[in-house]
Design a protein around this ligand. Structure first.
Ligand code: SF4
Length: 373
């Protein structure tokens, strides 16, 4: 049974131009109904979980919720789940952090905050459609630190239109000067259906060239590692002892429960998904129905593919012994990729090299072909 719980809060102040996460404009009355429905879903799912190791409240922008909604949610969690979490993360947008809501989160037991800073350059923040400035981001981090929360992560984005290697270096330097325990650094990807995608198609905005984006990725790895951060996943870096336990479970192909509109679960080999229609989500739960719209069994070949695809995201890679148990001959299949310098085997683990990490999807597809998956 899963020991990891994800909760989705689908509200934001304003949609960022690149965002394809499920989120709606914050509305007080809708949020109240949503939290009532969410609590009902948690009650209906309480017997599917073991004692929880981690809770991750993501979004959207969970920090947009009024304190009474957060208190109601945590009361519901404590009343219905065995509750010994070693990590409770809440995602926060710098534009919605105040002393008061951080103190409330601390009081509720939250011990990790993930802050979506994205950039410390105001022009880049404007381009992305973020609601905060660089100074406001730094101020919200001071609030978090002053409240006594040591374990916080900063999310950053590279490959922003107009961004240069110099502004990226400045963003990284400013980020580590604030002493986060964790940094996530994601490449900006224009997803279909987002305003950014439309702007690129209509040539209103231009993405930086691929070579520059690769340089930014390589610079981030070198810079963060030389400043004591372990590069433990394609896009994630942590000080020793501060890797995100909740996210590691995804990459380790572990089970988890998801609650909230659009949330996914992975239990006993089935991946399932809730409706992303917020009205239907609330209506179903008002009738004590879990608003699941899809449940797919992940069978043999797909299970192996998921295990490899997720596991190779980690820089430690995947255990060769485990792949042998799955009937795979990794050393044979990887010979060419090893010779070309894209993957390596060390201490009985297969992992991507730096050259392989830069084009991880292509390399993984080639590996699947070699394994005839
Ligand atoms: S704050 Fe995050 S979830 Fe909300 S619109 Fe922006 S990127 Fe999307």
């Amino acid at each position: 049974m899963p020991e990891f719980l994800y909760i989705h809060i689908p509200f934001c102040i304003k949609k960022c131009i690149y965002c394809d996460f499920l989120s709606f404009p914050y509305d007080e009355s809708l949020a109240r109904k949503y939290i009532d429905a969410l609590c009902m879903e948690l009650i209906l799912k309480k017997d599917s979980a073991k004692a929880l190791k981690t809770i991750y409240i993501g979004g959207g922008t969970p920090s947009v919720l009024p304190e009474e909604n957060l208190i109601q949610l945590f009361r519901c969690l404590r009343d219905n789940f065995k509750f010994f979490p070693i990590e409770i993360t809440v995602e926060a947008n710098p534009g919605t952090i105040s002393e008061s809501n951080i103190i409330t989160l601390l009081y509720l037991g939250v011990n990790r905050i993930s802050i979506g800073v994205q950039s410390f350059n105001d022009d880049e923040l404007k381009t992305l459609g973020r609601i905060h400035t660089s100074e406001e981001a730094a101020k919200s981090i001071s609030i978090i630190k002053e409240a006594g929360i040591r374990n916080f992560s900063i999310d950053l984005i590279y490959g922003i239109p107009g961004q240069t290697l110099e502004t990226w270096e400045e963003t990284l330097s400013k980020a580590i000067s604030l002493s986060p325990t964790h940094i996530s650094s994601y490449e900006l990807t224009p997803e279909k259906g987002t305003p950014l995608y439309g702007m690129i198609k209509s040539k209103n905005i231009q993405m930086p060239d691929e070579g520059l984006v690769i340089d930014m990725y390589n610079y981030a790895i070198d810079y963060l590692v030389s400043n004591g951060y372990e590069h433990y996943e394609i896009s994630n870096f942590a000080l020793p002892g501060f890797r995100c336990i909740h996210n590691l479970n995804y990459w380790d192909w572990g089970e988890y429960i998801g609650a909230g509109a659009g949330a996914h679960s992975f239990i006993r080999g089935y991946r399932s998904r809730n409706t992303d229609d917020i009205s239907r989500y609330i209506e179903d739960l008002n009738k004590n129905i879990i608003p699941e719209i899809e449940s797919v069994e992940i069978k043999c070949e797909d299970a192996i593919k998921e295990f490899i695809f997720l596991g190779l995201r980690k820089t430690e890679g995947i255990s060769i012994m485990k792949t042998e148990e799955l009937g795979l001959n990794i050393p044979d299949a990887c010979k060419e990729l090893i010779d070309e310098g894209y993957v390596k085997v060390s201490d009985n683990y297969l992992s991507l090299t730096r050259k392989g990490l830069v084009i991880s999807n292509t390399i993984i597809v080639r590996l699947f072909e070699k394994l005839r998956l």
